[in-house]
Design a protein around this ligand. Structure first.
Ligand code: HSE
Length: 434
């Protein structure tokens, strides 16, 4: 056991960095009682060292120079919290080369370079931990790496973006429009500085890629993940979903079916009676279907200073224990399968669909649409036609299908969109109901 404690260097002292530094300083005695040795915050680097922060950092700790931290021979663990994928990658590689274990919250970096970073960690005999990268305070990475490691996981899916969940909840429960909901999410500090990362589904793409890689023991590159954001979700679709017993959630979904992997992010109809259907506001939730465990669901706050710094501290403690027992870098979190499974294209997935057609209100239109679907072997589970709206005399007809292949849905809808009675591009949402 290291008698002098494990030494920490933090690079990047924004909101999360400040939360981590605060916890390391203010909970020092508490952490020491848990560990049996101390965690010493040695250096903190930030481009703006003099910025006012909600923590008193001891003199001599703060620096503008990240190299002063990376090259400090005393430091055992580097906490990378600068964000972005270029400088952050350089920081991590240099830390590893210098024999230091790394904690990061950087989901974009891991999604892009995770395989390379795991290999570098293994080569350098150091740990790479990243609990805060997915689900904020929810211990999902540790759960996959340790608690469920004995399972064959067939599916992992869930609500991975708090901003989108907040917006969809406001649209559902308070009848806000998309723009009003986005404004509120931004005011409350949920959205990324570039909110297209959230609403376009890209933040969830990073996260489901990391989760699927850990769950399936096979690296899932970002270009194998199909992504649709929530931009097309209207208040009208939310009302239709409600009428049919569903809510719309942005889900990251990864499944192994028929010996191939499908990974996607899309706004999804799920029954409002399910646990995930009741996870609201900025909360995240992740469901895992494995053998022998069956189904497990974890939920909690997916972002914010408290949740994220809690996850970073947990990683620091884990690595500190490894260092203290001489076992840092003993195993990569990715243990590869003998044979890598192929990835399924979106056209080859089979799921249920919600289709909303805007059509002229005249005899035979619904029958014509139903026939085009039937000709592609698409069976309907329900059909609702709403009263004509406005002076156009158009009606919305919403169809719920049974399981169908995506390529058949696309082909049928392409044909239907050409019917003269169809007055707008058909809205399609995937449904997870079984
Ligand atoms: N913008 C992200 C979200 C933050 O809304 O979930 C956490 O990754």
């Amino acid at each position: 056991m290291k008698s002098k404690g494990v030494k920490i260097g933090v690079i990047g002292c924004g909101t999360i960095g400040t939360g981590v530094v605060k916890c390391l300083l203010e909970n020092k005695k508490y952490l020491q009682r848990h560990l049996g040795f101390s965690l010493e915050l040695v250096r903190v680097a930030d481009l703006y060292p003099r910025k006012k922060r909600d923590v008193k950092i001891p003199s001599g700790v703060m620096t503008k120079d990240s190299n002063a931290v990376l090259n400090d021979p005393e430091i055992d663990i580097i906490v990378e919290l600068v964000g972005g994928t270029t400088f952050a990658k350089q920081v991590i590689l240099k830390a590893m080369k210098n024999g230091k274990s790394v904690v990061t919250a950087n989901k974009a970096l891991l999604a892009k370079y995770g395989l390379e970073l795991h290999e570098k960690a293994e080569k350098n005999g150091v740990d790479l931990y990243y609990e805060a990268s997915v689900g904020g305070g929810i211990p999902i990475i540790k759960t996959l790496r340790e608690a469920l490691v004995g399972n064959r996981i067939d599916a992992i899916w869930g609500i991975l973006n708090g901003t989108c969940n907040y917006m969809l909840s406001k649209m559902t429960d308070e009848d806000l429009t998309f723009d009003e909901a986005l404004k509120e999410a931004t005011i409350n500090g949920y959205a990324e500085s570039d909110p297209t990362l959230d609403i376009g589904g890209f933040d969830a793409q990073h996260k489901i890629g990391i989760l699927a890689s850990l769950a399936f023991g096979q690296w899932v590159p970002q270009n194998k993940i199909y992504v649709e954001g929530i931009e097309k979700v209207t208040d009208f679709d939310i009302k239709c979903a409600d009428e049919m017993g569903y809510v719309i959630k942005l889900l990251g979904i990864a499944k192994v079916e028929n010996k191939s992997i499908s990974v996607r992010v899309n706004p999804t109809f799920i029954p409002k009676t399910t646990m995930l259907g009741n996870v609201k506001d900025a909360f995240n939730a992740i469901e895992i279907d494995g053998e022998p465990i069956g189904t497990a669901i974890l939920t909690g706050l997916g972002a914010g200073m408290g949740a994220t710094s809690s996850a970073v501290i947990a990683d620091i403690v884990d690595i500190a224990r490894n260092i203290a027992s001489g076992s840092a870098g003993r195993l990569s979190a990715l243990t590869f399968m003998d044979k890598e499974l192929p990835f399924k294209k979106i056209d080859d997935i089979k799921t249920r669909y919600y289709l909303r057609f805007r059509v002229e209100d005249k005899p035979g239109v619904i029958a014509k649409i139903a026939k085009a679907l039937g000709d592609r072997n698409i069976s309907l589970s329900s059909v609702i036609q709403h009263e004509p709206y406005s002076e156009t005399k158009n009606v919305h007809a919403t169809f719920m299908t049974h399981l169908a292949f995506e390529k058949d849905i696309k082909a049928a809808v392409k044909l239907i969109n050409k019917f003269k009675e169809v007055k707008a591009k058909t809205t399609i949402f995937r449904v997870e109901a079984d």
